[in-house]
Design a protein around this ligand. Sequence first.
Ligand code: SIN
Ligand code: MN
Length: 261
Amino acid sequence: MQLSEAERRQFDDEGYLFFPELFSPAEVAVLREEAGRLYDQEREEIVRESDGKTVRTVFAAHRFSDVFEKVARHPRLVEPAMSLLGGEVYIHQFKVNAKAAFDGDVWQWHQDYGVWSRDDRMPEPRAMNLAIFLDEVNEYNGPLYFIPGSHKGGVIEAGHDTATTSYPLWTIDNATMTRLVDQHGIVAPKGAPGGGIFFHGNLVHGSPPNMTPWGRTIVYVSANRVDNAIQQYKRAEWIAHRDFTPIRPLADDCLLAQDAA
Ligand code: SIN
Ligand code: MN
């Protein structure tokens, strides 16, 4: 998938690009079924909410699910990532975030590269995410909030929050967020299952809890340039990967083709 000049410019200016129909309903059906199967498993890569039972995040699903392995190697993701980052990429992190109905908890304001630089010693912000909606994302069920343009400010000071949710994160304080929101506002891309968002590693984002009856699964694939590999192995391998092999994209129909490998 080739990005236009206008799309590249928009990514540079705003820090994200939203494609409301990146994956088809048939492709999403395959992914949703597989996510449901993973939620029923017991394994260390599954982080639960602080209630100890609701699935919050399935990490590294591309390592134990053939379907999600295809997502990690999908050309609609890998090709734009290579083009925006200017070189070959490997997968630094892979998450299926459930944001479950009623019990899905907050993700405080943060920058992913803020976490990757502090915890994993990733040298430069030459990394980004693709988010894929597996459910409808609406204004009620915990959409992502972005601060457009905030990726241009570099790594912002942050505190290590190990208390608010079950997952530790380097989060940005209220005074800084007040200044950023005054300056840039907030956007919350919403839409049908199959929507996809590319966003810069330094884009400030978060999401509120989900108090609705509607689950909000979003899959996140974090791509890093191979010459920007992490230098510290403090976190579990299934959270911050150490296989820096460049991803070779599969065929565009890989999720639906019977014999795709
Ligand atoms: C994240 O920022 O890593 C996850 C946010 C979300 O799924 O709402
Ligand atoms: Mn994040």
